[in-house]
Design a binder for this molecule. Structure first.
Ligand SMILES: Cc1cc2nc3c(=O)[nH]c(=O)nc-3n(C[C@H](O)[C@H](O)[C@H](O)COP(=O)(O)OP(=O)(O)OC[C@H]3O[C@@H](n4cnc5c(N)ncnc54)[C@H](O)[C@@H]3O)c2cc1C
Length: 285
């Protein structure tokens, strides 16, 4: 075991991956997690989670699971409930759960005067909205501890980015981070702004619950079905972006049961880059 000691902030998939890598390299570490347990945003009861009830994996199971710990689920696109169980099982399997201090929010990081390390400060989180039990080491006191290195795995999706919209709108404005269940849309005329993965999932929910659904996109998109040629589409071409046919009447699109669909007036670009590609099972246009 190395004499160095690292801190890992966040016990979501990234924090767990980092913790496992440190463990394998024989580097000592302590983990800090503001919520009640591991799994990050896949724990729908984590107050910072942007998960919703209908969510399933968007990347397929075999391209997403840890190579050393295959998922028990046989579904190609498991649900968020299967995912949180999976991350909990992964953390237990490799003894990572007990290395994290839960319900503990890191509040500051200060570089040492000699630039050689960091002083981390953390404090008990306010109780999670769910009030559920902690699954590991909790904390009652504030902490100040020095580390040789710190891995920030605190997630990128928790803070909503709500654009300023010109004009007057008197209806309800709902950011995806506040969307949890399709009943929030029941009987409403819904306009979805943006056709990313969450936008498309929510549009599918809206079809079954809302009075009407429209979608607004600012440029063209390729809508890639979850399955192509009977296989999860991201398992084709070894998961690398593939060059799309210029028209949906080309051979590959015709052979697929639900072809890749181009939508919107702007050009999505020549390839299915991650910004112009959305994977969805329901057709929109
Ligand atoms: C609906 C939805 C579907 C998705 N589908 C997929 C998919 O199919 N495939 C895919 O690869 N990705 C998907 N994602 C992206 C998702 O971001 C990743 O799967 C993954 O959760 C990112 O892991 P992370 O550990 O980086 O962040 P998070 O999962 O956000 O975890 C960050 C953790 O850090 C903790 N934290 C934050 N600040 C502090 C602090 N100051 N102190 C202590 N702890 C802190 C948080 O409580 C949280 O537990 C999806 C996201 C959403 C919302």
């Amino acid at each position: 075991m190395s004499a160095r000691r690292y801190a890992v902030i966040g016990a979501g998939p990234s924090g767990l991956s980092a913790a496992r890598a440190l463990q394998k390299a024989g580097i000592a570490f302590d983990g800090y997690e503001a919520s009640r347990g591991v799994g990050g945003l896949w724990d729908i009861e984590n107050p910072r989670s942007t998960m919703y009830e209908s969510a399933h994996l968007i990347s397929s199971r075999t391209t997403t699971e840890f190579a050393e710990f295959p998922m028990r689920s046989r579904a190609d696109y498991p649900s968020h409930r299967e995912l949180i169980e999976y991350f909990r099982a992964f953390a237990e399997r490799f003894g990572l759960t007990e290395r994290f201090r839960f319900d503990t929010r890191v509040t500051s990081l200060d570089r040492d005067g000699d630039g050689d390390g960091w002083t981390l400060r953390a404090a008990p989180s306010t109780r999670s909205a769910a009030g559920g039990p902690s699954s590991g080491t909790g904390s009652t006191d504030s902490i100040a501890r020095r580390y040789d290195g710190v891995i920030l795995a605190n997630g990128t999706l928790a803070e909503p980015n709500v654009p300023a919209l010109r004009g007057e709108f008197t209806g309800e404005l709902l950011h995806t981070s506040a969307y949890k269940t399709a009943t929030q849309l029941t009987g409403k005329r819904v306009l979805i702004i943006g056709a990313g993965n969450s936008g498309c999932d929510i549009a599918v929910d809206a079809v079954h619950h809302a009075a009407s659904v429209e979608m607004s996109v600012r440029r063209g998109y390729y809508f890639v079905p979850r399955y192509l040629f009977g296989k999860p589409s991201d398992t084709l071409n070894q998961g690398r972006p593939c060059r799309l046919p210029s028209s949906s009447s080309s051979t590959s699109a015709c052979c697929a049961r639900s072809p890749v669909i181009r939508c919107g007036s702007g050009s999505p670009g020549p390839t299915t880059s991650s910004t112009s590609r959305t994977r969805s099972s329901t057709r929109w246009c």
